[in-house]
Design a protein around this ligand. Structure first.
Ligand code: PLP
Length: 381
């Protein structure tokens, strides 16, 4: 069990709640979850599905109408034709990460993943006996990487490349040329690709591009996506993977052995999410953009901090080296002394030293308050 990592966000949240219970005011910028409610049409569809008897076990790979709807959505959204036989529905997107690595990575296999990056990647690679090979994302590369850096990490033992665009924690996105380059490397070296596209609908200037658009890539890619972020459905636990049809029975068997199936009524509500009006998503993204612009400007106005403007997701990853503090020290002092919950960049890998992650999934008013508190604390440092 020592090989299994965690997400610090949940630990910081627990400490912040403890402080709140003691009467302290805390501004929460630690957790990666939209502060909006699930759109009403989806809630109604879920309630109707419950009343309509979608309360039983279902097939491990997902309910047939849900898989159909996901395949149709993916085909029209990414412009790549897939059918329901490519889809596995899971309780949240995370199980797809877990099952994909469990299904294809053998002990000793090397897996390349982004550093900084979502901490669960390294955790599951190590847990299943794989060798995690970090690929540094650098600020002077807009928090992306050179293809040469990626290629240099590929060996005969490399089995899989994991990437995430838009990216948690940096908010960076991979352009079409980089994706084409990854696709070529994956083909040349016969690698699996795990494309975490959970933030694909939360973008500000550029449209998200999927690596599955390149010839042959659907046969070697597992796409991770779901409803948690786009439709503010984190607590519903609903996600899915798009993968080669011959991998689906194996991942479905992992579902049979673990969850049996994803809750049936949530899957039916998910059909409404994909096929119903998308106005609430557009309004949420517009609000995230306003907050992004405010928090980036606000952070850049504070001595010791500089912040690149992210292109997607709802995180900023400011450089805090000018404060003279280590990331973990600033995380602790912000929480304990200033009442601002944030995450040290090192929660996302060693390359995160010198950075913090703030989630701006909080009101503009609270973001203003946090900026004042951060400035107040740094004036004392
Ligand atoms: N992938 C990334 C990059 C994430 O940030 C998250 C959630 O924070 C997930 C996957 C998991 O999403 P879900 O809540 O649907 O399991």
């Amino acid at each position: 069990m020592k090989g299994l990592g965690t997400e610090t966000a949940f630990e910081v949240l627990a400490r912040a709640k403890q402080l709140e219970a003691q009467g302290r005011e805390i501004v929460h910028l630690e957790i990666g979850e939209p502060d909006f409610d699930t759109p009403q049409n989806i809630v109604e569809a879920g309630a109707k599905a419950l009343r309509g008897g979608w309360t039983h076990y279902g097939p491990s790979a997902g309910q047939a109408p849900a898989r159909e709807a996901i395949a149709a959505f993916f085909s029209r959204d990414r412009g790549v034709q897939v059918g329901p036989e490519h889809v596995v529905v899971t309780p949240g997107a995370k199980p797809i990460l877990f099952f994909a690595v469990l299904a294809v990575v053998d002990p000793g296999d090397e897996v390349i993943y982004p550093d900084p990056g979502f901490p669960i990647y390294e955790s599951v690679i190590s847990f299943f006996g794989g060798k995690p090979v970090p690929l540094p994302l650098r600020e002077d590369h807009a928090f992306t990487f050179d293809l040469a850096d990626l290629e240099a990490r590929i060996t005969p033992r490399t089995r899989m490349i994991i990437f995430n665009s838009p990216h948690n924690p940096c908010g960076s996105m991979l352009g079409k040329d980089t994706l084409r380059g990854i696709a070529e490397l994956a083909e040349r070296h016969d690698l699996w690709v795990l494309a975490d596209e959970i933030y694909s609908k939360i973008t500000y200037e550029e449209k998200h591009e999927s690596i599955t658009q390149f010839p042959g890539l659907l046969d070697r890619t597992i796409v991770v996506d779901g409803y948690s972020k786009t439709y503010a459905m984190t607590g519903w636990r609903l996600g899915y993977g798009i993968m080669p049809a011959d991998l689906v029975p194996h991942v479905a068997r992992l579902m049979t052995n673990s969850n049996s199936c994803t809750a049936s009524f949530t899957q039916i509500a998910g059909i409404e999410a994909l096929n119903g009006p998308q106005d609430d998503v557009a309004a949420m993204v517009a609000e995230f953009r306003r907050r992004r612009d405010r928090i980036v400007d606000g952070l850049n106005a504070i001595d010791g901090i500089s912040c690149v403007k992210p292109k997607g997701a709802f995180y900023v990853f400011p450089n805090i080296r000018g404060t003279g503090l280590k990331s973990a020290q600033l995380q602790t002092r912000l929480l304990e002394e200033a009442g601002v919950a944030a995450l040290a960049g090192t929660s996302f890998g060693p390359q995160g030293e010198g950075y913090l992650r703030f989630s701006y999934a909080n009101s503009l008013e609270n973001i203003e308050r946090a900026l004042e508190k951060i400035e107040g604390l740094l004036a004392k440092v």
